[in-house]
Design a protein around this ligand. Sequence first.
Ligand code: PLP
Length: 384
Amino acid sequence: MNRNDLLRDTYLEVNLDALEHNINEIKKVIGSEVEIAAAVKSNGYGYGSTHIAPTLYNNGVKYLAVANLLEAVELKNSNPHYNVFIMGHTPDYYLEIAVKYNLTITIFSYNQAKLLSEIGGKFNKTISVHIKYDTGFNRLGFKYGNKSMKEISKIFKLNNLYIEGVFSHLSLKSYESDLEQLSRFKCLINYLEKNNLYPKYYHICDSISGIDYPDFRLDMIRPGAAIYGLKSFKSKDISLKNIGIFKSKISSIKTLLEGEGVSYDYMWISKKETKIATVPFGYGDGYPRNMFGKGEVTVNNIRCPIVGVLCMDQCIIDVSNIQNPYVGQEVIIWSDGSDNTVSIQELSEKAGTNKNEIVARITRRVPRVYMKNDEISSVSNYLL
Ligand SMILES: *Cc1c(COP(=O)(O)O)cnc(C)c1O
């Protein structure tokens, strides 16, 4: 790796072989009849959507699924051949842009479907659409019921639209409540079948449901977390790998006397002579600020507590247990939990959040380094 590609000691290492392994594990579990729409929203859960997309694509995912038009355009600009699906709302005034980029658009109102049909006419294009049906999550989608089912069937009759999919999203409150949502979805499926309407894909599953509920998979699942090795499902029949290591290097070392304070407000005061090190990462990189008093990082396979309040760009760690620490020495902020590293799971529990948030929050100030066969295959630096 050329230092000039990074210009920083703090970076996220992404293992593309582990990513490939994870997709293939998911494929093994769901079988060849079920397609995958890989959720790469929020910059691929922080791992870098445009850089992980080729691996996902080369391993047979049908769709790259994002939350909004901006994310979709970023992917299309990186490769116009990708099938990109916007799972969120696209406001009316952005529909023409979405059509220009050949995106698959989520629709959940008849009026917007009609407008999109007119845009299709104007540009002489058939626009690929997935209709969202709200089976109880109460976020986006036609609210379940007869009125919506009628409206949805009307959308199928509009010109210039290809209703490729109909989908919903589970709350995951309990298996019973998820079953109730599925049965509402199946009610719609029956209704459409009775009207001879057959979209290519029905889908309702994210990672957890896609892995744990075989009967919910239908034609396609939309895993995000699982692809990145973030395990919240129960199944033991799938072995996923962590794909990221968040790394930094010590920038300064000093020894404190007993009673000296550290960082803003001196929230931590040394109880004895203590060797501390400064590390150039902080909440500006997406690391949770509330790790003050409980955060740890790993140096030379040994845990070092974060002392004092985390700053935006730096934090201070206690390196008393490290023999001969040095400036430039590697610091593992989080990894897979092996070799005494903090796992994403551990960090998310301590930070009082979920694993997705820990990775999705990593900001674009952090360069991403992509590994393949234990070698660097590319570097992504958003600031250059
Ligand atoms: C984010 C998202 C997913 C993927 O969720 P995971 O829990 O990460 O697998 C699936 N569907 C929709 C609509 C989403 O917004």
